[in-house]
Every structure is written in C-alpha cells, then in structure tokens.
Write a protein that binds this ligand. Structure first.
Ligand code: ADP
Ligand code: MG
Length: 392
C-alpha cells in the first residue's frame, strides 16, 4: 500500500483518534453481528501495545443528525470491552468541552469510545466546524473504517486534513487485497457477479471486463442479459432500459462473459413456492428465474476450480429463501475449495458466505459493501485519497 500506515507513526503516549466502522446490527441493546468490531481489533490492539491512547469514533445506523437513543454506541462499547478485555470508556457525546474535559481526566487505560458521529449534522455534510472540534481531541488520526471510506464525511475526510493522518491495519489489508485483484491478479482471473441489478453494478461490470479473463454472471442481473440474447425469460426481473447496454457488454466481452445455462424458476418468490430447473433459453411463461440451476453451478464450478484469482460480488439467486439458495451455496463451496486467491465484496454476498460458515475458507472478505464496489470500479475513495502517501 502506498498510503502512510499507522505503523509509520510514532504513537507512543499520543492520543490517536481512530475512525472505525462499528456500524453493526443491534437488537434489544445487544450487538447481533460483531464482525466489523472484530475486524477493527488489530489496529486497536496495536495502538495499545505501542503505548498510545486510542479514542474511537464510528457512525451507527442512520440517525437524523441529532441524538437518538436507538442509535447510541453503548451496546457497541459493552461488546468491544468483552472482545478487547480492556476498559472501554464510553462518552455520551463525540465533541465539545465536556468530551475534552473527560479526555483530560482519562487515566489512559484501555480505550475511549465516542458517541455516534451521525448524531451531528456536520458529519455527513463534512462541516469544518465539526472536523475542527474532532481534531481538538487528539494528536494523530487513523482511518480504519474502509466501509465508510467512500463517503466524504467529517470523520473520514474533514478531520484527516487537520491532523497527521494514516491508514489503520484493516484499511491497509482491504486496499492491499483489492489492489491485488485490480492490478496484479494471478491468472486466470475469474470474476463472479450476481445480485439484484445491472443498473447498480454497471461500473463494476465494465471495470472487471477490462481486467478479468472470465466474468461469470448470475443473480437477477443475468436475466437482462438473457433477454438481450432474445431468450424467453418469463416473468424474471429484467431492466428494460439496460438491454442495449447488456448487448454492448456481451459484444465487447465475447466468450469471456459467461451466462447461466439453466435457472431455477418458480411462480412466486416465496418459501414453499413450487420450483424447478429450466433451460436458460426456454423459461416457462409466467414463471420467474430466482436462482441459477445445477448445470450452471457445475459450469461455473469448473472455471472457479481452475482460477488463479477470484473476485465475487452478488448472490447467484434469492439466497434468503432456501429453495433459491442452491446456486449461491454451490458457487460459495466451489470458491471455498479452489486454491485461488479469493476476495469477496458486497453486503449480501458476505452475508451469504457467513450464513454458510465459509468465511475462513476465503482469502479475504471485505468489510466494505459499497466501498469495495466503488474501489473495484476504479473510483477514488475520498477517505483513502485524503490520507498522505508513504514517505520513502
Ligand atoms: P451485494 O450486497 O452482495 O452487492 P446485491 O445487493 O446486489 O448484492 O444483491 C443481493 C440481492 O439480490 C439479494 O437480496 C437477492 O435476493 C437478490 N437476488 C439475487 N438473485 C435474484 C433473482 N434472480 N431475482 C430477484 N432477486 C435476486
Ligand atoms: Mg446488497
């Protein structure tokens, strides 16, 4: 990575403001999935072992720019304390004189967790006032919130301009893995794309077409391609406005773009709906394609088994419903078994992999849904761009 790393900073005895991504699901006052907290631990532990005083800040949920007890960080603080085995001092504000006073009084043991950054309207507007108040809390700034790096907010961009700044260890790891995929993939490089919409992923498809040896397409988006080929797709989701675009992409990609040969169809998108496999070019009228079929899983599986690098985004079907989860499961197992370097990005894709308990079988699972896709698209992430380059 060419950005300055937390390891390049002298943090001993310093107060370090760390932007983390603790945007985790909370139910009845408890964290129900702590993946993002666990992924931030290496940076926090590194800082503690180097004698720094970490002051952590994150957003949680979507409060409307004002305090809302529903989105307070207390459950996160509690959970973090359990994982870290160190005291977590949770403050009830993120900036202001009271916070500064509390930090002065802090005995420096463990970490401080500030209140939800989105309790302040200046956060999402990246207001300089808020950034200045944040900068007043610390000597150094570290961004470890890759999942928020595609947003130009006060905690990701504004404050980074006001303090000596660096990337955290998770941020570094994310960028290193995505850079390997983008710049230096071992070949063959097989990209797998699925999920809901072509319109959401057009930039990702274009970018990957320029880099991958093969692009395997499933999910709802495959039906726009199948329709563009003139196939009968029944009532499957088709984005009519993107049919011409799909034709252009297929022409550009030639044999490198691989579509399903069979699909699972049903009359309803429901548990218990009657479903069966159908040829991809002859889907029965009145039925919807909700998953890729078993022949397609075999076909994709062969390409996956021979890959040197795999990037996967987007479930192959409506995996939330068991009857339409087979394609996603089959592809996930093939990726897990492959010797390729495998990088998984995207909220639902990651959820599917973790539902199958296959996280540890993948080389890297990105914590950034939107951020990883924007990075793969080739966009510059504001929270990354603002960090200074390494001095060599
Ligand atoms: P990610 O979050 O990994 O980027 P997306 O958000 O693009 O993925 O898409 C995930 C959603 O796509 C899932 O909710 C899944 O049910 C839906 N989906 C996948 N295949 C189909 C299909 N054939 N028809 C309708 N929805 C689908
Ligand atoms: Mg999603």
């Amino acid at each position: 990575m060419h950005k300055r790393s937390v390891r390049d900073l002298d943090v001993q005895g310093k107060r370090v403001l760390v932007r983390v991504d603790f945007n985790v699901p909370v139910k009845d006052g408890r964290v129900t999935d702590d993946t993002r907290i666990r992924r931030a631990l290496p940076t926090v532990q590194y800082l503690l072992s180097e004698g720094a005083r970490p002051v952590l800040i994150s957003h949680l949920g979507r409060p409307k720019g004002e305090p809302d007890p529903k989105y307070a960080m207390d459950p996160v603080a509690h959970h973090l304390g359990e994982l870290l085995g160190e005291p977590v001092v949770k403050l009830d504000a993120a900036v202001g004189p009271e916070v500064e006073e509390e930090l002065e009084k802090w005995d420096g043991r463990g970490v401080v967790l500030l209140e939800n950054s989105r309790f302040y309207p200046g956060e999402t507007k990246n207001e300089s006032d808020l950034a200045t108040q944040l900068a007043a809390l610390a000597d150094l700034y570290v961004n470890d919130a890759f999942g928020a790096a595609h947003r130009a907010h006060a905690t990701t961009v504004g404050v980074a301009k006001l303090l000596p700044a660096a990337a955290g260890l998770l941020m570094e790891e994310e960028l290193d893995h995505l850079d390997t995929v983008l710049r230096d993939p071992e070949r063959p490089f097989v990209a797998i794309l699925g999920g809901a919409k072509i319109s959401d992923k057009l930039g990702v498809i274009e970018s990957l077409l320029g880099k991958a040896d093969l692009l395997l397409i499933g999910g709802a988006m495959c039906f726009t391609f199948l329709e563009a080929k003139g196939y009968e797709v029944g009532d499957s989701l088709v984005e009519d406005d993107y049919i011409e675009e799909a034709k252009r992409l297929m022409e550009e990609a030639g044999d490198r773009l691989v579509l399903p040969t069979d699909v699972v169809v049903a009359d309803k998108m429901e548990e218990g709906a009657e479903s069966r496999a159908a040829e991809a070019d002859r889907m029965p009228p009145g039925m919807m394609g909700l998953d890729v079929g078993p022949d397609t899983v075999d076909l994709f599986g062969e390409y996956i088994a021979n890959a040197g690098t795999i990037f996967w985004n987007g479930p192959m079907g409506v995996f939330e419903i068991d009857a339409f989860a087979g394609g996603t499961e089959g592809v996930a197992r093939a990726v897990a078994e492959s010797n390729a370097t495998s990088v998984i990005g995207g909220g639902d894709s990651v959820a599917a992999v973790s539902k199958l308990g296959l996280e540890d079988e993948m080389s890297f699972i990105s914590t950034g849904g939107g951020a990883s896709l924007e990075y793969i698209e080739g966009k510059e992430l504001p929270g990354v761009a603002v960090l200074p380059d390494k001095e060599d």
